[in-house]
Write a protein that binds this ligand. Structure first.
Ligand SMILES: *Cc1c(COP(=O)(O)O)cnc(C)c1O
Length: 373
């Protein structure tokens, strides 16, 4: 019923003028934007826009259920995990996780692989005891020690990880094999490849990288972790309350959930995660192999930990980096500046980035190198 969008996909795709390499909010598949445009004034024969209908209506309930089912199918989420839609972005989860899972006397263990995990740890410190499995060296931020060298606190309630650090393009290719529940911030890597949900206690991701529009955050939580909310847990961050209310505890970000629904349907049409993962591997491999053989551009991340979706690189000088960003934009290649804290350049290649976008970037990189070598 709700995947009308697959029919609408046939409409001519508007040739967009630019390729957007932003780390987030990031590109959304073109056919999703066109479908949303077509349905703006009349969704599902209601005569209304999705943003105008009641979140308690049957139509919206159906949309919610359909969205959960699509995500469950794509990620093969087992039955003992619940899917919640919450608001306030991933950073609200930095607080929600400790506020739901820890008592003040409890401790949690954080793997600090970059800025996002560091920020999450700062929130947890407000509410409970925190230890670090390890903390990555500043200013390098480019290598992760072997799991056997991690300092695991066996009394901790959970181990917190960020499988893909968006800023530096540093990723954990596999998850540590530990007895603790793993909590993962998958904001920039959810649906970019297959993850075995069984390895995690809780996964969260805000939407603006691979799930559409900012405003909604997906929380995938294992049954046994639902019931640990504390007296002080704010109701709007309480996993149990959200689960009991099927994510309609208060007015959810309805339109962002609708866009996510279209994005997930699009991923299903593409052939699901096996196909998407392969495309992402191809895009990343093209970038890294070009950078490595260029002897001019450089990627500083240790090879085993290179991100599939955020490719960071540098020209030989900072001045050239700035010039690169400027000239790339003149060629319609947008948002290639690295994060202020890490510097350099960054191309974010989430699912909506077509292969042709990467080809255009590589062509430009080669031209820029020739002109400035
Ligand atoms: C973008 C990002 C965030 C921040 O998400 P918000 O929705 O802005 O709070 C957190 N973690 C990671 C890994 C990110 O990539």
């Amino acid at each position: 019923m709700l995947s009308k969008h697959s029919k609408l996909k046939q409409t001519t795709l508007a040739m967009r003028k630019v390729v957007n390499f932003s780390s987030g909010p990031a590109m959304v598949p073109e056919s999703v934007l066109l479908t949303a445009q077509q349905q703006m004034l009349d969704w599902n024969n209601s005569g209304m826009s999705v943003m105008e209908i009641s979140h308690r209506s049957q139509a919206f309930q159906d949309l919610l259920t359909d969205t959960q089912q699509r995500l469950r199918q794509l990620m093969k989420i087992p039955k003992n995990y619940h899917i919640l839609f919450m608001a306030s972005g991933a950073r609200a989860q930095f607080a929600a996780v400790p506020l739901n899972l820890l008592k003040p006397e409890d401790s949690a263990c954080y793997a600090v692989t970059g800025l996002w995990s560091w920020l999450a740890m700062q929130q947890a410190k407000k509410y409970a005891n925190v230890t670090t499995a390890f903390e990555i060296d500043e200013p390098n931020l480019t290598d992760i020690p072997a799991f056997s060298d991690w300092n695991l606190d066996s009394n901790a309630r959970y181990l917190y990880c960020t499988p893909n650090e968006t800023l530096t393009g540093l990723a954990l290719p596999v998850m540590p094999d530990v007895d603790l529940p793993i909590i993962a911030d998958m904001t920039s890597c959810i649906l970019s490849k297959r993850y075995d949900v069984d390895n995690f206690g809780l996964i969260f991701a805000s939407a603006q990288k691979n799930l559409g529009q900012a405003g909604v955050t997906v929380v995938i939580i294992r049954d046994d972790l639902l019931k640990t909310a504390q007296e002080i847990t704010p109701d709007v961050l309480n996993y149990q309350l959200f689960n009991n209310a099927n994510s309609v505890y208060n007015t959810p970000p309805c339109y962002a959930i609708y866009i996510m629904n279209l994005v997930l349907a699009y991923y299903q049409d593409q052939g699901g995660l096996a196909v998407i993962e392969q495309q992402n591997q191809q895009k990343a491999a093209m970038m890294y192999s070009y950078i490595d053989q260029s002897e001019w551009y450089q990627n500083k991340v240790a090879k085993d930990f290179r991100s599939l979706v955020n490719v960071t690189f540098q020209c030989p000088t900072k001045t050239l980096d700035l010039k690169f960003v400027e000239q790339a934009a003149q060629h319609g290649l947008m948002n290639l500046k690295g994060h202020a804290k890490f510097g350099g350049l960054r191309a974010s290649l989430y699912n909506a980035m077509p292969l042709s976008g990467v080809e255009k970037l590589l062509e430009f990189m080669d031209e820029f190198k020739r002109d400035h070598k």
